[in-house]
Design a binder for this molecule. Structure first.
Ligand SMILES: CC(C)(COP(=O)(O)OP(=O)(O)OC[C@H]1O[C@@H](n2cnc3c(N)ncnc32)[C@H](O)[C@@H]1OP(=O)(O)O)[C@@H](O)C(=O)NCCC(=O)NCCS
Length: 152
């Protein structure tokens, strides 16, 4: 299992990647908002609390000193790993922080013997494909079904 914090060297300087703490919730929700990842039907505060409950999920945070430069939610369902809410502070993009966070999420899963990582990209966010392709991810042909369990 990867020990945290881990140090990552990027074009934005040195980063420390560790688990989100109680004091990070508001900043994470604001970062996701700035990154265009929030949706009216997803309450980011509830999403953060659920992922942080663990033990099969967590939120990894890249820190530049006290400031949050980026984050990623990662977890597994006993079969596959899933990545959500990968976000880098807009002013710090293109400097390798997204890559470092994705690699940290992969390491977190590898440390739990999870053999494959999955993620979903919204159709209106097609630009991000090039990012995942640069990191070696493959686009798969799947149809995703869902059903709400919370009565909404
Ligand atoms: C996607 C995101 C996390 C990438 O973070 P980043 O720190 O800018 O990415 P990196 O600097 O680590 O880039 C890694 C590689 O991807 C490439 N890349 C990153 N963004 C790209 C883009 N929009 N188009 C093409 N290539 C891109 C980089 O060129 C780099 O490739 P290289 O190493 O071969 O030069 C960031 O743009 C972001 O927060 N976007 C908004 C939120 C989002 O859409 N998240 C994904 C939800 S599925």
């Amino acid at each position: 299992m990867t020990a945290h914090p881990i140090a990552a060297s990027t074009a934005a300087g040195a980063l420390a990647i560790d688990h989100a703490g109680d004091g990070d919730t508001a900043a994470l929700a604001a970062l996701w908002e700035r990154a265009g990842l929030t949706r009216p039907w997803n309450d980011p505060l509830a999403d953060i609390a659920l992922a942080r409950r663990g033990p099969h999920s967590t939120i990894l945070v890249a820190r530049q000193g006290e400031a949050i430069a980026g984050s990623v939610m990662v977890g597994h369902d006993g079969h596959r790993g899933w990545l959500y809410y990968l976000a880098v502070e807009p002013a710090l993009r293109g400097k390798g922080i997204g890559r470092a966070l994705a690699r940290a999420a992969e390491d977190w899963l590898r440390g739990r013997a999870v053999p494959k990582l999955m993620l979903m990209v919204r159709p209106d966010n097609a630009d991000v494909r090039a990012f995942y392709e640069a990191l070696g991810y493959l686009e798969e042909e799947r149809i995703v079904f869902s059903r709400r369990l919370d009565g909404r």
